[in-house]
Design a protein around this ligand. Structure first.
Ligand code: NAD
Length: 363
């Protein structure tokens, strides 16, 4: 397998070269004249199992940007499942769409047919822009769907599991940094108090953490301030906040060349995918600044573990046991990164790849 240093630094239309660099198995481009549906399904690696990952519908500026997104997201899913010890591969789908009027039942059932055409190699789920409503339409044409609501026979909202894993990863990073995993009195800044952020705060208040939040959605802020004693800051000034822990729970790429010099935290541990704008450059910049980074795809794996529960029919106990392992794994990644003079992100990718290589060697 290639190292992360061979990755492309920016979007390009060179499809096969990118597939080689990111190590993708297959890409399906789809187009439906009748409904206006168009997009891409990326199957990154199916060594450990079928490629699972959500369907994102977004107003991409162009196809190159859409391809870049689906390649990076599907690769992240492979590593997320592998490092979390579950037998799923990594995949993702994107739909390029700016006109919400096109998003009819027929539009989604056609998408279900394209998922079905891969015969179970790809399992879709919810992501940005897709909800239980769209999942119900997709399910009319394919059974290769996960993250379904409980009333449809699924495992329900993954967010509480994701939040619990992030909480455990945060505690493990705190133990690594300070010698104790107590969050009592720790200052924690949470960017984004949506599904995951809200559940995360429920865990943190039980430990008497001092919580600061920022969100662009006033309703979500109100839901938190009515329930808990937190400080609210302007989303534009989060990097002015003096904090022990920064928890990105909104968007990717908030840890970048602009933000890293301003960061006033000792630890980064949050739910967002692809928090490092560039995993090599910004992983190293954090290391140089002495900031401990809990790799996102490890600690936000509770959601995919919940999907795995649905796919494999695991019990609640089996599912919780998998999520609880995030604590130990996070500590091990930070320790190994220090011992090998590497960054936690690179170390976590190496560990994820090692498991895939072992599975390949075993045939
Ligand atoms: P969500 O959409 O429910 O919540 C995101 C919150 O971030 C919203 O309240 C939104 O208003 C806020 N936000 C958006 N832009 C912002 C900005 N610039 N500044 C501050 N706040 C901003 O999403 P979620 O399900 O809570 O997921 C949060 C993150 O975790 C996402 O990046 C998601 O991809 C990732 N994630 C979620 C899960 C899960 O189980 N839901 C699993 C793995 C990863």
């Amino acid at each position: 397998m290639s190292t992360t240093s061979s990755l492309f630094k920016q979007p390009t239309s060179d499809i096969l070269a990118q597939m080689q660099a990111y190590e993708h198995e297959q890409i399906l481009y789809f187009n439906d004249k009748e409904t206006g549906l168009k997009g891409i399904i990326a199957v990154h690696d199916t060594t450990l199992g079928p490629a699972l990952g959500g369907c994102r519908i977004w107003n991409y500026a162009n196809e190159t940007e859409a391809l870049w997104d689906v390649l990076r997201l599907s690769r992240g899913m492979t590593y997320k499942s592998s490092i979390n010890g579950i037998n799923l591969g990594g995949g993702k789908s994107i739909i390029i769409n700016s006109d919400k009027n096109l998003r009819t039942e027929k539009f989604w059932t056609r998408f279900g047919e394209f998922v079905e055409s891969l015969n179970g190699k790809y399992i879709t789920a919810e992501d940005v822009g897709t909800s239980t409503k769209e999942i119900a339409y997709i399910m009319q044409k394919t059974k290769h769907v996960s993250g379904k609501p409980i009333e449809m026979g699924g495992a329900g909202d993954p967010s509480p599991f994701t939040a619990f894993g992030v909480y455990l990863g945060m505690k493990a990073a705190t133990k690594f940094a300070t010698g104790s995993d107590s969050l009592n009195g720790k200052k924690i800044l949470i960017q984004g108090v949506g599904h995951v952020g809200q559940y995360l705060i429920d865990h943190l208040v039980k430990e008497n953490a001092i919580i600061t939040i920022a969100d662009i959605n006033a309703t979500n802020i109100e839901a938190i301030t009515q329930k808990h004693n937190v400080t609210v800051v302007d989303p534009q000034s989060i990097f002015d906040v003096d904090t022990d822990i920064y928890a990105p729970c909104a968007l990717g790429a908030t840890v970048n060349s602009d933000s890293i010099p301003k960061l006033k935290c000792e630890i980064i541990a949050g739910a967002a995918n692809n928090q490092l704008a560039d995993e090599l450059i910004h992983g190293q910049m954090l290391k140089d600044r002495g900031i401990h980074y809990a790799p996102d795809f490890l600690i936000n794996g509770g959601g995919v573990i919940n999907c795995y529960k649905e796919v494999k029919g695991l019990t609640d106990n089996e599912t919780n046991a998998l999520v609880e392992k995030i604590y130990e794994k996070t500590y091990q990644v930070l320790e190994r990164a220090r011992n090998e003079n590497s960054t936690p992100q690179e170390t976590a990718i190496i560990i994820a790849k090692e498991r895939i290589e072992q599975a390949k060697n075993k045939g």
